[in-house]
Design a protein around this ligand. Sequence first.
Ligand code: 59J
Length: 581
Amino acid sequence: MMKLEGALYPWRFRLMLGLLALMVGAIVWRIFDLQVVDRDFLIGQGDARSLRHIPIPAHRGLITDRNGEPLAVSTPVTTLWANAKELQVAKDRWPELAAALGQDRKALTERLEAQANKEFIYLVRGLTPEQGQQVLDLKVPGVYGIEEFRRFYPAGETTAHMVGFTDIDDHGREGVELAYDEWLAGVPGKRQVIKDRRGRLIKDVQVTKNAKAGKPLALSIDLRLQYLANRELRNAIIENGAKAGSLVIMDVKTGEILAMVNQPTYNPNNRRNLQPAMMRNRAMIDVFEPGSTMKAISMSAALETGRWKPSDKVEVYPGTLQLGRYTIRDVSRSEGPVLDLTGILINSSNVGMSKVAFDIGGETIYHLAQKIGLGQPTGLDFPGERVGNLPNYREWKKAETATLSYGYGLSVTAIQLAHAFSVLANNGRMVPLSLIHVDEAPKATQVIPEKVAKTIQGMLQQVIEAPRGVFRAQVPAYHVAGKSGTARKTSVGTKGYAENSYRSLFAGFGPMSDPRYAIVVVIDEPSKAGYFGGLVSAPVFSKVMSGTLRLMNITPDNLPPTQQANAGPPAAAVKANGGRG
Ligand code: 59J
């Protein structure tokens, strides 16, 4: 039988043998292919799946005030993450994990089930290292920790707009944190680790690149002045039922911004209920018409022409001036039908200022406003900073000349206004603005002749000290100078100005024996008793200037005679400048 069958099907046997040989050949060739031809490629692929680089966070540079007080500090925190795939095998330990994390058991369970095939999910970010270690000590499989840094802002809302904040990945998002991000950030390092096929960390191999820490940054601001400014501005906003406000203190000799605060503000350490209005650094990103504070600049331009001196007289009667169908009005009744230039400032006469402006021409005022920084870039490049607008005309018509002279038709920021007044205070010398502490005063540019600046200083001192002056701006024991302003706000939607919303302004400097500090106060829409700048903003100027001079140990230049004897010799410079009218 066997023989018979074998003889019957010899071809079948040979076919099977041939097929087998072919299969063996194919296998041998594949082995050769994998082991020899594709060897390097496959080893590389395998290693890539297990040898990984994980970043080492760099310590972010400390931000301090000018005296080294910390304003933004990076503290080490532990972030816990999970390999959710791996966690699926330890379902029994989830309740324990939820409890340790302080999270809701059901919520965590749902999350881990929904993301069951993810190899990386955050469990919680930014725990204190102790809290993080407690959870890690439970040794729940698939739960890991990474070291990170988190920013803390010790002065909270007081420095919020200036300092800004970082996002959860420690990148600058606002303020100085954003503007100087590269300087502060440093460079993260790299660590090589081996992970298995399921992403479990097997071995810490080596640090391949050390993290490079960010650099520290000392700001120009003085935290004590910042507290003072914030407190007084906040109180004034509440008392006057105002919508918002800004306050800037400048060192006129170094160009440093010593304080910059805004209301409303926010706590950068807890940003959960943040509203956009709180985040605005209004002193730099809100523009407004400077109103009568502009008269200090226009009057400087008039003096600089040499055509005008403080005692020159202008008729302001009857308190209005018709320009075609446009009427210029004085709001308060002046002390007489004729005013000298100082009187125009004291009475804040729009009519008087306009007549001076017609004589010198709008372009003359325009050029000084431009030189002194109004509506011009500050060079600070602060995030969101606005430039404002100072329009030029080919031909300056009377209406345009007049409105510019008393502060309308142009828009400025509070910082620009403070800078402009700092030039008047610094005897006509302009120093670039700085948000960073400067060791040596940078080079100044003489933008107004010294003689003109000193004359305007005396006139602005009279604005505060004359019998009809803005007495609320006076500072006990010191001579100071300044100008108030009350500007109708332009109303959105309608063409022109709102009947009942105002911006109350005050800009000034002191002490007059040797002016060091310029302060600008902006209060937006006061809604209680009054709204005049001389009523609402001048008292804030007085309190903040008073505190500044005291904190900076500036010798009083206006002590009553008896006290002066006790306080030792009076400042020598008082005579030189203090009594000027
Ligand atoms: C004013 C303006 C609006 C714009 C007017 C204030 C003009 C004007 C068109 C009416 C209140 C008011 C371009 S007021 O700042 O003159 O020092 O505290 O808003 O005049 O022409 O019911 N300042 N303010 N004017 N506009 N346009 C005075 C003055 C000023 C004061 C008070 C009285 C205005 C003492 C303002 C101050 O100097």
